[in-house]
Design a protein around this ligand. Structure first.
Ligand SMILES: C[S@@+](CC[C@H](N)C(=O)[O-])C[C@H]1O[C@@H](n2cnc3c(N)ncnc32)[C@H](O)[C@@H]1O
Length: 270
């Protein structure tokens, strides 16, 4: 069925990360995982030829699709004519203000996974069922003291409970990508630890992982263009040596938050 639609519209894919999911069972499972009801406004980023959109429209009260490629925007209008539940926004997802939504379900364009994910983390929503390149998904859910633990892992942990719920082979797509994919379930929740100044904490995490092989003390001093603390050397020298001599990759999100809170307090009194 999905292959027929690709043929009908003469779409080959390839540019703009266009690898269309053609495995009907996986498409069904992704839609099921989103547990959509009539009350839900669902956002889909990169609607493509509408194979996932079709399933979202069956259950949701409203589906908002953001699609960059004008040819695919035409396909979406053609496949779902006069469907009052559907709104198609022809735009680059990174350049548009996101509409309000309850759930986001998408087979994302992999080359911009990172900026899309950080943009989603600024929104208020209930659930995300998101397909990524497998390695990216692993970095999202990675724990401290592992190779994959990164700025992305800490940001993800700060914003949501995230877990890999499906691993998907290249053969599920047309054209097949060179990499495996994974579906990540993202359930936003309040952070499991206290942060005095969220922006400062996230900048400290960025500074720490920009120099991930350096001791945290040196990484913070080097990354102070992000933190803008006038007396940073003095402050980090007053922090416990056992924390400052570790690398960011060896510190739990909570420990990074404690350090950020401490620097915040010191910068405000000195
Ligand atoms: C991996 S395909 C997924 C298509 C479809 N949802 C599916 O599952 O088969 C990614 C889609 O994102 C669209 N896309 C790429 N970059 C985009 C951007 N910056 N903003 C919005 N859509 C984009 C592509 O045109 C393509 O339709």
């Amino acid at each position: 069925m999905v292959r027929k639609i690709l043929q009908k519209y003469g779409i080959r894919g390839g540019c703009h990360d266009q690898h269309f999911l053609i495995d009907e069972r996986i498409l069904d499972s992704i839609a099921e995982e989103a547990n959509i009801t009539e009350d839900d406004v669902v956002l889909e980023i990169g609607g493509g030829i509408g194979n996932l959109t079709e399933r979202l429209l069956e259950k949701a009260g409203k589906v908002i699709v953001i699609e960059l490629d004008p040819q695919l925007v035409d396909v979406l209008h053609d496949r779902f004519p006069d469907n009052e539940k559907l709104e198609v926004i022809h735009s680059d997802v990174l350049k548009v203000d996101l509409p309000k939504f309850d759930k986001v379900v998408a087979n994302l364009p992999y080359s911009i996974s990172s900026p899309i994910t950080f943009k989603l983390f600024e929104q208020d929503f209930e659930l995300g069922i998101l397909m990524y390149q497998y390695e990216f998904a692993q970095r999202m859910v990675a724990k401290a003291n592992t190779e994959d633990y990164s700025r992305l892992s800490v940001n993800t942990h700060y914003f949501a409970d995230a877990s890999i719920i499906m691993k998907i082979p290249p053969s599920a797509f047309s054209p097949p990508p060179e990499v495996w994919s994974a579906v990540v379930k993202v359930v936003p929740r309040p952070a499991p630890f206290h942060v005095d100044e969220p922006e400062f904490f996230l900048n400290l995490v960025t500074a720490g992982f920009l120099q991930r092989r350096k001791k945290l003390r040196n990484a913070i001093i080097k990354g102070n263009h992000l933190l803008k603390v006038p007396n940073i050397k003095q402050i980090v020298d007053e922090l416990p040596e056992e924390l400052m001599s570790k690398r960011a990759e060896n510190l739990e999100p909570q420990e990074l938050a404690d350090i950020a809170n401490h620097i915040c307090k010191m910068k405000n009194v000195t």
